[in-house]
Design a protein around this ligand. Sequence first.
Ligand SMILES: Nc1ncnc2c1ncn2[C@@H]1O[C@H](COP(=O)(O)OP(=O)(O)OP(=O)(O)O)[C@@H](O)[C@H]1O
Ligand SMILES: [Mg+2]
Length: 279
Amino acid sequence: MSANVLHLDNVTMQFGGVVAVNDVSLDVNEGEIVALIGPNGAGKTTVFNVITGVYAPTNGRVTLRGKVIAEDQPRGKMRKLYSGGHAYMYPHTVNNTPDKITKQGMARTFQNIRLFKSMTVFDNVLVAKHMNLKAGFLRTALHLNGAEERRIREETQALLEVVGLTDVQDEIATALPYGKQRRLEIARALSTKPSMLLLDEPAAGMNPQETEELCAFIRDIKDRFGLTVLLIEHDMNLVMDISDRIYVLNFGALIAEGTPAEIQQNPEVITAYLGVAEE
Ligand SMILES: Nc1ncnc2c1ncn2[C@@H]1O[C@H](COP(=O)(O)OP(=O)(O)OP(=O)(O)O)[C@@H](O)[C@H]1O
Ligand SMILES: [Mg+2]
C-alpha cells in the first residue's frame, strides 16, 4: 500500500453548541483521488477549513506526511460545551496558520470561486505566486529583482499553458465562462507547487460537458504534478467516475467509506444522501 499523505484522527469541530464535524478519522494515501460527499450542511467544507488551518479543531489531530499540522483538545469555554468523543487525547502542540500549511504542500480551492475580479487571468496566477513568496506580497512586489520577476512570469506562463488558459490569459478573470474560472482557481492553487490538493465542489455550476472536461483535467494535473487529491462534490457522475475511494459524511459524522461501487450500494448512504433511483 502507498504511503499516507493526509491523516485525520478523531477530528471534532464545534461552533458553540453546533457540532459541525464529529469525531472524523480518515486517510488519504499517495496518489489517490478521494471524495468527501454528503448532504448540505454535513460538515464537508468545515473539514477542509480544519485541514487548511482556517479553524483549529475543537478536538483531534491532523497530520500531513506524518507531520502534525493541527492538534487540539477542548479548551476554555469548550470544556463544558464539548459533546464529541475522544476528548483530551490530543494536547495542543502546534499553532499553524493557513499560509504555513500552504508552505507544507497543501493547496485548496473554495466552494465560492475566489478570484481577483478585475484582474486578468495572467495576473491572477502571478499574484498568487507573489503572495506565496517568503517575504509576503507587498514587500516582494517592491523588492523583486528583475531575474526573480522574470522567473515568476515564466512559471506563470508555463502553468497557464498546462491548464489550457493561454488563449484567454489577457482577459479579465470574471469575463470567462464558469468552467474556465474554476480552472483558473485550480491554476492559482497549483501556483504554490502543492503535493496535496483539496477541491471544494469544483464542478458546481458547470454544465455536463464542462464537468466531463473537468474530470479529465483533474486526472491530468494529478499525474503531471504528482498530486494527491481530496475533493468535495455533489455531482455523483464525477465522484463515481474519478474517485479511488469515497468517504460519506452525514450530520458531521462519517457513515461510510469505500470504493464507488461499495458506496453506491450502501443502504445507509442511499437513505441519507443518494436516494433511490427513479423507476
Ligand atoms: N464559522 C461557523 N460558525 C458557526 N457554524 C458554522 C461555521 N461554519 C460552518 N458552520 C456550520 O457547520 C455545519 C456544516 O457546514 P459546512 O459548510 O461544513 O457544510 P457542507 O457539508 O460543506 O455543506 P454544503 O454541501 O452545503 O456546502 C453547518 O450547520 C454550518 O452552519
Ligand atoms: Mg460546503
